[in-house]
Design a protein. Sequence first.
Length: 537
Amino acid sequence: MRFSIVSVFLAIVAAATASAQQPAPAPESAPGEALFVVSGRGWGHGVGMSQYGAFGMANAGYSYDEILAYYYTGTTLGRTGTTTVRVLLAQGRRALTVSSTGSFTIVDAAGATFAFPGEPLVLGPDLRLPRAAGPVAAKPPLVVRPGKGALLSLDGRPYRGTLEIAPERGHLRAINVVSLESYLQGVVAGEVPHTWPPPALRAQAVAARSYALVSVLKGKPFDLYSDVRSQVYLGAAGEQPETTEAVRSTARQVVLYEGEVATAYYFSTSGGRTASAADVFGTPIPYLVSRPDPWDRASPYHRWGPVVISARTFQSKLGLESRVLDARGTPTPSRRLRSVTLETTAGPSSVPATLLRAALGLRSTWITIGVLRLDRPPMPVEFGSKVTLTGIARGLQGATLASSTDGLAWTSVGVLAPGQGGAISAVVKPLRSTRYRIEIEGAASRTLLVDVAPRVRLARPSEPAALTGTVRPKLAQVPVTIERMSGQRWSAVAEATVDASGAFRAELPLVPGSYRPRVPATPGFAEGIGPVLVVES
């Protein structure tokens, strides 16, 4: 074998030679881990009267009837008759404790009456009542009535009216049967601060009275829930003199539209504009239209955020099987979102904005969704080469690209200029394995580690029993393995060590074949594999 005239070819693999005639497409970046930055306005569904808006209007000198007329377009005030409501207080309970500020009686379904002092009485699903001659099984339902001038309590919380207790699938259910006006005394105090101006409290009382009358539940043994499913009802324990006065001074007053009691929806904070019923509930209601709400600024929730949400949180909270890559909202004319399209690894998925709000615990659907995502380029990157980082920086101001070699100290690479759809592209030239992220004020995307491999090359052989080469950067004392293709596998045939100049020399008997150098991963660098050197006789 004569190495003075040997034909030596430096090539990448046979497929790379064929690509000279038909270039293969460049490998694409893989979608990275997205980070979502949600900012919003308001709290609640946005339809009807903004409670903080009513507060602002009252402070600006508006009366309660002017407040109601503004938020419920085209309505008037009217009066309703006296009525009682049945409010669910407890359900699915193993036991309930009844007491009173005075004596009380229990009347069962058979008409039997049992008298008790005010001390606590514990009831179980069997409804056995203590008597001198021994416990008696009362026939459900039980009606608990207070003595004259007394209040009943359920589990220590006092309520006006009477209590109805009945077994339900092996547990207990308790209903408060109370006059509408007494019910409202516990509602207004539960819905707004009692320290608010009287016009705001009165507007709340009329709205709550109207809402209660038209939202009676069908097909249930009770009319209303005692929580946000209907209205927050605190019972007598929550009553305040100011809110009680608001109920009494507007007694029996309701909001009317064309002679009928209106569904007087209300909520905490509008963010500056209320929503129409058509936008939120899908059904137009003439008196529930979108209106500007400049008085709402007093609310601490007029604007809120940013809230940082990871892609994995999106996926788990919404019960998705695929990773979320991107999110875009579809707005309504009143600026809330109707739906959100999630781009996932399995394709797009549309989610109603109300479902997204509930799943993620957001205050409203008037939100903007900023997206930060760095995609993973083909790696590793060879030392001395440039790489283009791509991704998304949409809906956020002042996005910059930052880098770090240790994940602790970060340096700005430059300001990003997002293109159409928030797409970003930045060319970097890392000198060692480097972490990158997109930064905005208060948040940063998930970190992307770009692995850098040393540039290792075999030189044309000049002697029959050795191969030489170089490593850049000059990784002194790093081992180099020379491999030769044997059948379909690469096998180690020699070892060498990089010297201070970045060169290496490996002694081995050269035979025709394909050779390549390999440098192991070292601190700051990934494993490096050089191009193939073909030796022919």
